[in-house]
Design a protein around this ligand. Structure first.
Ligand code: PBG
Length: 327
């Protein structure tokens, strides 16, 4: 028996402390970005039916939630705004007193050290629900860029620390970078939704943000889930145009793409663990079919292992809580 030659991999798995010492991937609270839906109005706290545990909140009810996140050790949040009124040009997206701008001012005043990221898009603010200007049923690229740059500048004026454009128009990073620079915001980074697929996993978000397209779909600007090389081109453009972070979205069905982007670029990579990915786990957990904590932590670990530096997730508070408990 002693002649038998093989490798004893189990040696390094034999005790919890040995396993901890050889663990290659770690999830940290600093990695997390917590998304918040802020709604115009008063005394509103609506649970999103397709996203148990996720709420739309009016500004008067937002402080408590942000305080709790900060208390748990969350260092970054991203804001999604739901305006009271919509029009063809998404005017409320770049209104000085728009919902995202007001929320940003309120939160930054209370928590100056918290990183506040503004999602920069038009779809929540346009009556047609598309991420750009629509003419005769077509989404017009270059006219949309002006509105997106205006939106980004107004968010920076309100105190946003990072601009996160999610619209997938061509040239949006260049246009927004130029807009920010011209307005004097050279130091505000752009966290670009560089690789964003036209995904069915966004369904619950569209309930939460009231942002479904009223006609057609987003397939002329978001990417075909079948395409990998196209992701290289999209990411490269955003790098060339001056992006500071690259987001891959969704995350869990696209771990290969996260790895590709990590290997090809030096910028920090953000995995957007989207609404549908959240809701599927929640539903299974509520049925008692899976162990929520174990499965969520495994998913977080898998995004980091794939190469993500940062994870944008609706589970951020839960993850922070679990990390605190396990310390
Ligand atoms: C807006 C936007 C969307 C998401 C983030 N920003 C929806 C979409 O593109 O339709 C989806 C996020 C999620 O599903 O969690 N452009």
């Amino acid at each position: 028996m002693s002649e038998l030659e093989f490798r004893r991999h189990r040696r390094l798995r034999s005790t919890p402390s040995i396993r901890a010492s050889v663990r290659e991937t770690h999830v940290r609270k600093e990695d997390l970005i917590y998304p918040l839906f802020v709604l115009e109005g008063e005394k509103i706290k609506n649970e999103v039916p397709s996203m148990p545990g996720v709420y739309q909140r009016s500004l008067d009810l937002i402080n408590e939630e942000v305080d709790e996140a900060v208390e748990l050790g969350i260092e970054s949040i991203i804001l999604f705004g739901i305006p009271a009124s919509k029009d063809a040009e998404g005017t409320c997206a770049y209104d000085h007193n728009g919902i995202v701008q007001s929320a940003t001012r309120q939160i930054k005043e209370r928590h100056p050290q918290l990183t506040v990221i503004a999602d920069t898009c038009l779809c929540q603010f346009t009556d047609h629900g598309h991420c750009g200007v629509v003419e005769n049923g077509e989404i017009i690229n270059d006219e949309s860029l002006d509105l997106l740059a205006k939106t980004a500048v107004s968010q920076a004026e309100a105190g946003a620390d990072i601009i996160a454009p999610s619209n997938m128009m061509d040239g949006f990073v260049a246009a927004i970078r130029r807009g920010l620079d011209e307005a004097g915001y050279h130091n505000i980074p752009i966290m670009s939704y560089a690789v964003k697929y036209a995904s069915a996993f966004y369904g619950p978000f569209r309930d939460a943000a009231h942002s479904s397209p009223q006609s057609g779909d987003r397939k002329t600007y978001q990417m075909d889930p079948a395409n990998r090389r196209e992701a290289f081109r999209e990411a490269q453009s955003d790098v060339d145009e001056g992006a500071d972070y690259l987001i891959v979205k969704p995350a869990l069905s696209y771990l290969d793409i996260i790895r590709d982007v990590r290997d090809r670029h030096d910028l920090p990579v953000v995995a957007y663990n989207v609404s549908g990915e959240y809701s599927m786990i929640k539903a299974a957990a509520q049925n008692g079919w899976v162990d929520e904590k174990a499965i969520v932590m495994e998913k977080m670990t898998s995004m980091k292992r794939a190469g993500a530096d940062i994870i944008l997730t609706y589970f951020a508070k839960d993850v922070a809580k679990w990390l605190n408990e396990d310390k």
